[in-house]
Design a protein around this ligand. Structure first.
Ligand code: MSP
Length: 511
């Protein structure tokens, strides 16, 4: 059985922004962690290419929607390469394979008697591609997310009988493991308790969409189409794209990781659609928070959008990953502050972890002939061994509950404690007396062994930095041996050669 994790399928109205990078980095870390833990992982990402928003963006550029989508989808793919994202599937909702899945799914939902023709009236936000509830019936009402005027719509659409699934959705969301975090779950419980209303799943004025097979001039509503991208991704590149093929190859998803603004679609509409089609619902929907910049919402009108690629070229991906994964608790909103960013990278990575490794490796090289000393004649000082065991256990517990920030902090605290141990033992004083050689060799071994485990724990979060730490310890990490086994204390080989230490990360300067 595979572990299936998804990012949202990003709109191709623009290139990736910090929000899309954020979600993708979280999924990438979880996917890496699951692979290291021995699971077979299907990590899905991709793009949401249909709908009015994309149709208009292409029109404004004066190009046809298809070539616009080709261009932006490519930019997404190039970006994921730059950021070293380890996705297994990249789905495009404009692909034939996806169109096929949408039609098959529609047929199943229709057979369940869940589709009917009705009239859709209401205020619509093109940015959200969503009708808004009770917006004051005023044409000047702005979408709170996009700050743009809503548009009045009144047209014949096909509807999906969401109301039929009221009790099944209530049961589903009453399961505490389905929606995370807790606060988000309460919002959804509150929304559902007001009574679910059927929603329209086709449009007559949007040409850039998948045609509804049995209704001329109707294309599928972009959300009905896009959510199915998660299913079509699984059978991408298989011989026959069909719902059964996706089910055979991994559906349902273990976790949809999304922003809090699109939770309703994933935790209410989507499961009801799946139940109607006789398919399993996803096991978990996790709604993460929003990123702001220096305390302010990021937006084009405010002119304060942070270009993620600028961050990447200036600071490198490890620094950005650490800040976003360690400093923001998954589920809460987070603020990007330049000063805090610089401080965290310098304190955590350069000083606490980097210096610990460099100074210990230097001492070991100087006193033990360029090699790792023995811990055999030890006086049984197992302080760090015990600490390491506890840190590894807690880290695993946190990662398994998607508390990546807490897992990252476990690593940092492990490094802080190892530094304290070193300062407390003061091997540089002990070494002055020849009789202390066994004692010193044991201390240095303990600290080097801790840095090896710290480096290994960093692997899902900061893969490059982890590799650099491993290189400095003489390349001990072995892909053939399960990662969890290598996290056990005492795997550092006595006598292995330590290369010349170099800083694992450059210190950053304030702007
Ligand atoms: N196309 C839909 C998703 C369809 S999934 C079948 C969509 N796309 S999006 O590109 O607009 O948004 C993608 C994700 O980016 C959403 O999860 C959204 O919450 C997230 N973010 C957008 N701005 C954000 C921040 N400022 N901070 C964090 N994430 C934010 O919605």
């Amino acid at each position: 059985m595979s572990f299936v994790i998804t990012t949202p399928l990003y709109y191709v109205n623009d290139k990736p922004h910090l929000g899309s990078i954020y979600t993708t980095l979280i999924c990438d870390s979880i996917a890496r962690y699951k692979r290291l833990s021995g699971e077979d992982v299907i990590f899905i990402t991709g793009v949401d290419e249909h709908g009015l928003k994309i149709q208009r963006t292409a029109m404004e550029k004066g190009v046809n929607p298809k070539s616009h989508c080709d261009e932006i989808s490519n930019i997404f793919l190039q970006n994921w390469k730059l950021w070293d994202i380890t996705h297994n599937k990249f789905v495009r909702t404009s692909s034939k394979n996806h169109e096929f899945i949408v039609s098959e799914f529609y047929k199943r939902v229709k057979e369940s008697n869940d589709i009917y023709m009705g009239v859709q009236k209401g205020w619509y936000c093109v940015g959200c591609e969503e009708f808004k509830d009770n917006p004051d019936n005023s044409p000047t009402y702005k979408c709170p997310i996009h700050q743009k005027n809503l548009e009045w719509k009144n047209e014949e659409n096909l509807f999906f009988r969401l109301s039929k699934y009221q009790s099944q959705i209530e049961d589903l969301i009453s399961d505490t493991s389905f929606i995370q975090p807790k606060e988000r779950r309460n919002e959804i419980i509150n929304f559902v308790s007001k009574g679910l209303k059927d929603f329209s799943i086709s449009r007559t004025n949007v040409s850039w969409g998948i045609p509804v097979p049995d209704k001329q001039n109707h294309t599928f509503y972009v959300w009905f189409d896009a959510l199915l991208g998660y299913v079509s991704a699984i059978c991408l590149n298989t011989k026959n794209s069909s719902l059964d093929e996706s089910i055979k190859n991994g559906w349902p998803a273990d976790i949809h990781l999304i922003g809090k603004d699109i939770l309703r679609f994933h935790a209410v509409y989507w499961p009801a659609m799946l139940i109607s089609a006789g398919m399993d619902v996803p096991k978990k929907v996790f709604g993460h928070g929003f990123l702001t910049r220096e305390g302010k919402k990021m937006g084009k009108s405010l002119g304060n959008v942070l270009d993620p690629n600028l961050l990447l070229s200036k600071y490198g991906k490890e620094a950005v990953r650490w800040y976003l994964l360690k400093d923001i608790s998954l589920g809460s909103d987070g603020d990007f502050q330049n000063k805090r960013f610089v401080d965290i990278i310098n304190n955590d990575l350069a000083n606490t972890i980097g210096n610990l490794l460099n100074r210990t490796s230097s001492m070991s090289r100087k006193w033990f002939d360029g090699r790792v000393p023995s811990n055999e004649n030890s006086n049984e000082d197992n302080t760090l061994a015990l600490y390491s065991k506890e840190a590894v256990d807690n880290y695993i517990k946190h990662f398994n509950s998607y508390e990546l920030d807490l897992a990252a902090n476990i690593i940092l605290n492990f490094a802080i404690n190892t530094n304290l141990y070193l300062n407390d033992k003061q091997p540089w004083k002990l070494i002055k007396d020849e009789n202390n050689i066994c004692l010193v060799s044991n201390i240095i071994y303990n600290v080097l062994e801790s840095t090896r485990i710290i480096g290994l724990l960093l692997l899902p979060l900061l893969p490059d930095l982890s590799t650099k730490i491993d290189l400095q310890l003489g390349s001990l990490y072995n892909k053939e041996i399960p990662w969890n086994i290598q996290l056990n204390w005492g795997k550092l080989n006595y006598n292995s050669v330590l290369p010349e230490p170099t800083p694992i990360i450059e210190k950053l300067e304030y702007e």
